[in-house]
Design a binder for this molecule. Structure first.
Ligand code: APR
Ligand code: PHB
Length: 389
């Protein structure tokens, strides 16, 4: 097989890149390790920056998002019984859009199918070869048959556990990592949300988040021990703990119900530098991970896809390779700002096991500055709604 750009990974990064390149007349093949159902079963966040919404619209995949996406013009931060609202539209000029990121993936799969461009599922033994030549190729197995794709470029969109980042020689890459001493226990319930906007709560018992997918589908999280297990939590135990962590005005009116999904996720900050090697370019979770406080995972990936799709179009349509050569530097400049924001939101809103009284005062003072100073609100809002590409 031969194509112009081989895309490793059929998650949102790979699918969005494939859709944009297809619209530009650039041939791609997407290789995905899992079945489509498996990819669609992955629990994802529900907040989209306007930049991602615009990319989906420009890629011709924005219709359902335009219909079902819910603009959120602000969010609530609470600290024990205190609360403050960050007005995104007032401080940053635009809202975020609440729309399940799994629905983004579903929309992108539908577009891929409609385009007729190839996506191969349940592939294995993916290997990237001759990355430092002008004739890279990919080897893989599907249905027990070994196959090869010759291409001009490879986009590594295969997530944190993929093969692409590992295909950059270890002496050529530098990795930065921070793990957090807690996890997020999340549930999905067919109940109305606690509030019409998201609530990020810092309480003496730990962090909690009240989110949603639609007016009758709510997503909740509580900070839990890093070694906790879902089996330790009945639904009732979850609801009781969530109520303890919310100000009484929300706890008293919380509508509970049976969980239809329950899972625990660890929190990590991670960046790989550089995000390119020879003819390989990394996008999304293959290159960086953020803690979910602020829902920046997919939104950071979207910016990578914007930069890489722009560079590939310049190369194929204008014979200009300069943007490709500068991809990593351009992408990392924004990635590190998103890493900072996600780390800062996580540090502000969680209770750390070794937290000192001084550390607690620092959290309280950050909250006081947000409450009293519009410049602090402005800075938070700019990052939350999405820094410019
Ligand atoms: N070969 C082929 N596919 C692979 C391989 C491999 N060796 N390894 C992993 N994959 C596939 C995974 O099965 C997965 O479907 O690559 C895909 C990577 O998708 P994600 O992990 O979702 O990463 P990405 O597309 O970058 O999404 C970024 O979306 O919803 C958010 O929080 C989520 O931060 C994440 C973001
Ligand atoms: C979610 O809706 O799952 C969600 C929302 C905001 C976050 C994280 C997760 O910061």
């Amino acid at each position: 097989m031969r194509t112009q750009v081989a895309i490793i990974g059929g998650g949102p990064s790979g699918l969005l890149l494939g859709q944009i390149l297809h619209k530009a007349g650039i041939d791609t093949i997407i290789l995905e390790r899992q079945s489509r159902d498996h990819v669609l079963s992955r629990i994802r966040a529900g907040v989209l920056e306007q930049g991602l919404v615009d990319l989906m619209t420009q890629a011709g995949v924005g219709d359902r998002l335009a219909r079902d996406g819910i603009p959120h013009h602000g969010t609530i931060l609470t600290h024990d019984e205190k609360e403050l609202r960050i007005d995104f539209t007032r401080h940053a000029g635009r809202p975020v859009i609440v729309y399940g990121q799994t629905e983004v993936t579903r929309d992108l799969y539908a577009a891929r199918d409609a385009s007729g461009a190839p996506i191969l599922h349940e592939v294995s033994d993916v290997e990237l070869h001759d990355l430092d030549s002008d004739r890279p190729h990919v080897r893989f197995t599907q249905n027990g048959k070994s196959q090869r794709i010759d291409c001009d470029y490879i986009a590594g969109c295969d997530g944190f556990h993929g093969v692409s980042r590992q295909s950059i020689p270890s002496e050529k890459r530098r990795e930065f990592e921070k793990t957090y001493p807690f996890g997020w226990l999340g549930i999905l319930s067919e109940t109305p949300p606690a509030h019409h906007e998201l609530i990020y709560a810092n309480s003496g018992r730990g962090f909690a988040l009240c989110s949603m997918r639609n007016p009758m589908l709510s997503r909740y999280y509580v900070q839990c021990r890093v070694d906790d297990h879902v089996d330790n939590w009945t639904d009732q135990a979850f609801w009781d703990e969530l109520r303890h962590r919310l100000p009484s005005q929300y706890a008293d009116t919380l509508v509970t119900g049976p969980s239809i999904e329950k899972s625990i996720a660890p929190l990590r900050s991670f960046v790989c530098e550089p995000m390119q090697y020879g003819r390989l370019f990394l996008c999304g979770d293959a290159a960086h991970i953020v803690p979910p406080t602020g829902a920046k995972g997919l939104n950071a990936a979207a910016a990578d896809v914007f930069y890489l799709s722009d560079a590939l179009q310049r190369r194929y349509l204008d014979q200009d390779v300069q943007a490709l050569e500068g991809y990593s530097a351009r992408a990392l400049a924004r990635v590190w700002k998103i890493e900072r924001f996600s780390w800062w939101m996580t540090s502000l809103l969680h209770r750390f096991p070794d937290q000192s009284e001084f550390d607690l005062r620092m959290q309280q003072t950050e909250m006081a500055m947000l409450a009293e100073d519009n410049r602090a609100k402005h800075t938070l809002a700019l990052s939350y709604v999405g820094l410019p590409y």
